[in-house]
Design a protein around this ligand. Structure first.
Ligand code: HDD
Length: 715
């Protein structure tokens, strides 16, 4: 059976990790050989001022280990953070799949999830404009299943052979290693401008999806079409989705830039603290199911990873829930050493011929060999399955398993034929018997040649503020490109998505949209190809808008785990603070007192109140909303940082509440412009002298993006 929580509420995987956990508390310090150390302060010397002796095995061991502490970072997705948890299916999916972890709604399957950015190095900022990796390792009773996805449902390229080109283009440029964790440079846009197949993904990456508010507030996607296979060996096509129960939310670009400087670990910290505070992030697993007979029913190819299946065509069925409830004990041992691989599947799940997926099936095992240094990386505690492993793989660097017996081959008679193969009825994996009758050919199917219709669908599905953010992002990114011909090529491609989009971007760049995109438009073609045959196909999508594509339509009924700043100083109204704090915390939010200095403040009723952060150590960009109680306006108005705090929160479209003379701080800030000529301030997220409920409602809206119409960020 899959794991049931053990006595301490842990999963099978938690139990499996127990023997490898080391705690030094109340223990003697030892060498790696277990010898107790008497002096860890001084090396062994010939006389107290003499040379250090080579004989000092304690010194040598310690320094040697230190010298080898680093391993290569991931070539992509180097920057990441992870958490443990479990997955539970809502009801049996036996009709579609025999995968055991999708059968029993009482069973909890342990998971380990790593979120990441793609382009930046290990130490880069969390808030870079980038795709987020969303990799889930399910430790099932039939072995590990890895769903190695992203927070964007499509990809830049259609064939894995282009992946090294894509990554070389986006990584810092090779001559000067600039810029870090950014796509806003010539090599990236040079490549993209020659690859029209990337246009759909570009729309997503230029949207606010690429700057999430929190890793807990983003969707996840398996991207490729996979297969479910049931007991009768019947297959269906599947797209995997993760839907966050907190909704899908992002920060503003100006915020992202500021957070990158003020707290580059913002997402990592947010995930860690949410879990420590018991606000466990949750996602529902969704699937879009397409019967095999419908494979060719769509105006796009199911095997093309640059396409979604719009939810209007095939709804997403929510089949289970994942909860992340435990932080790793050791970043290196777990988060750094975890090794995902889309090729790790279990009976009941299978691949399709998506050429991007097929290439990935080679890459992951290969990259782990150089990153983790040995074919035995599956034995590292975080990677090993919760079921026993028996096979004839032997030896290699760092082998942990002590295989008994002399027969390390199959068939054998000496070992009684063991380990033996499992029949399918015994859970043996057998690949789905897809019929293939084909000529070997190095080509791309013409069914992959529509590069614009879904880019247009995405753009059309966005709210006005979201569209403006895409335009701003493109102006920024292309504005950082030095070579003008690259900008012009991009404007040509953008005009194929939406004329107004292209014109607005062009205006920001001081350019005109070229009358005709530069031909041939597609450089991703074989040397001998006829360019005419490789031109993108123009298809009009049967769907003009898709609600699910806009974050404006996401869940906005909760403030769980949101961070609220309360600006206070000596004299602040403690009763108002307590009332607001209680109401916000009852809804699952976290509050912090921010004041001109650290220490304690004296409240209106003479009490001492602990200050959590000062204006110097904190910033409005770390918070979702701001509250200014009455009582201390005279002091706060003397603090330019307090006024700036409110101005910035206002310009970043956040909910702001104030009571009594606290309102004066808003009047001294950028919010004042709105207050002069607006009698429906609550709609604008400004909650004055109102009960906490009104503030809670406003915070749940996440942002009042409409504010940008009048007053754009930056603050
Ligand atoms: Fe990949 C890592 C997701 C295309 C080659 N990839 C990696 C990770 C994620 C993805 C989430 C980080 C896993 C972790 O946290 O350790 N990759 C994707 C998605 C793709 C995709 C959703 C397209 C749909 N990737 C892709 C292609 C190739 C690779 C086409 C190569 C042909 N990816 C790798 C890799 C990495 C990797 C080089 C680097 C580190 C690692 O594998 O473990 O093998």
């Amino acid at each position: 059976m899959p794991s049931k929580p053990n006595a301490k509420g842990g999963t099978e995987k938690d139990k499996d990790l127990q023997p490898d956990i080391e705690v030094g508390a109340d223990q003697f310090m030892t060498t790696d050989q277990g010898v107790k150390i008497n002096d860890d302060q001084n090396s062994l010397k010939a006389g107290d001022r003499g040379p250090t002796l080579l004989e000092d095995f304690i010194l040598r061991e310690k320094i040697t280990h230190f010298d080898h502490e680093r391993i290569p970072e991931r070539v992509v997705h180097a920057r990441g953070t992870a958490a443990h948890g479990y997955f539970q299916v809502y009801e049996s999916m036996a009709k579609y799949t025999k995968a055991k972890f999708l059968q029993d709604s009482a069973a909890k399957t342990p998971v380990f999830v790593r979120f990441s950015t793609v382009a930046g190095f290990r130490g880069s900022t969390d808030l870079a404009r980038d795709v987020r990796g969303f990799a889930v390792k399910f430790y099932t009773e039939e072995g590990n299943f890895d769903l190695v996805g992203n927070n964007i449902p499509v990809f830049f390229i259609q064939d894995a052979i282009k992946f090294p080109d894509l990554i070389h283009a986006v990584k810092p440029e090779p001559h000067n290693e600039i810029p870090q964790a950014a796509s806003a440079h010539d090599t990236f846009w040079d490549f993209i401008s020659l690859m029209p197949e990337s246009m759909h993904m570009i729309m997503w990456v230029m949207s606010d999806r690429a700057i999430p508010r929190s890793l807990r507030m983003m969707e996840g996607f398996g991207v490729h079409t996979f297969r479910f296979v049931n007991e009768k060996d019947e297959a269906t096509f599947i797209k995997f989705h993760w839907k966050p129960l907190l909704g899908v939310h992002s920060v503003a670009w100006d915020e992202a830039l500021k957070i990158s400087g003020k707290d580059p670990d913002f997402h990592r910290r947010d995930l860690y603290e949410a879990i420590e505070n018991g606000a466990f992030p949750e996602w529902e697993l969704g699937v879009q199911i397409v019967p095999e007979k419908d494979e060719h029913k769509f105006e796009f190819d199911l095997l093309d990873p640059t396409k979604i299946i719009p939810e209007e065509l095939v709804p997403v069925q929510r089949i289970g829930k994942m909860t992340l409830n435990r932080n790793p004990d050791n970043f290196f041992a777990e988060t750094e050493q975890v090794a995902f691989h889309p090729g790790h599947i279990v009976p009941g799940i299978d691949f399709t011929n998506d050429p991007l997926l097929q290439g990935r099936l080679f890459s992951y095992l290969d990259t782990q060999l150089s990153r983790l240094g040995s074919p035995n990386f599956h034995e590292i505690p975080i990677n090993r399955p919760v079921v026993p492993v028996h096979n004839n793989q032997r030896d290699g660097h760092m082998r942990q398993t002590i295989n008994k017996g002399v027969a390390s081959y199959h068939p054998n008679s000496i070992g009684g034929g063991c380990p033996f193969q499992a029949k399918m009825a015994e859970g043996g994996f057998s690949s789905y018997g897809e019929r293939i009758d084909a000529k070997k050919i190095r080509e791309r199917s013409s069914s992959f040649f529509d590069h614009f219709s879904q880019a247009t669908l995405f753009f059309n599905s966005q709210s006005e503020p979201e569209k403006n953010h895409i335009i701003d992002a493109l102006r920024f990114e292309l504005g950082k490109v030095v070579r003008e011909e690259i900008r012009e090529r991009m404007l040509g491609l953008l005009s194929k998505i939406d004329k107004i989009l292209a014109e607005k971007v062009a205006a920001g760049l001081g350019l005109k949209v070229p009358a005709k995109p530069i031909e041939p438009m597609n450089h991703s073609m074989p040397a001998d190809a006829d360019p005419k045959k490789y031109q993108p196909k123009v298809i009009k999508s049967s769907i003009e808008r898709s609600e699910a594509l806009s974050m404006a339509n996401t869940i906005k009924n909760t403030i769980k785990s949101r961070q609220i700043a309360m600006l206070a100083a000596d004299g602040s109204d403690d009763k108002a603070i307590d009332k607001m704090k209680k109401a916000l915390e009852a809804e699952g939010a976290t509050t912090m007192i921010i004041a001109p200095r650290l220490g304690y403040l004296k409240t209106a009723s003479g009490k001492e109140m602990k200050i959590d952060q000062s204006f110097l150590t904190s910033s409005s960009v770390f918070f979702d909303a701001v509250y200014v109680p009455g009582g201390a306006s005279a002091t706060l108005l003397q603090e330019p940082d307090a006024i700036h705090f409110v101005t910035e929160a206002y310009r970043h479209c956040k909910a702001i509440a104030a009571d009594n003379d606290g309102v004066e701080l808003l009047e001294a800030s950028a919010a004042n412009s709105k207050m002069e000529d607006n009698d429906n301030l609550a709609q604008d997220g400004l909650i004055l002298n109102s009960p906490p409920e009104a503030f809670i409602k406003a915070i749940a809206q996440h942002r009042v993006w409409e504010r940008e119409k009048l007053h754009k960020v930056p603050a």
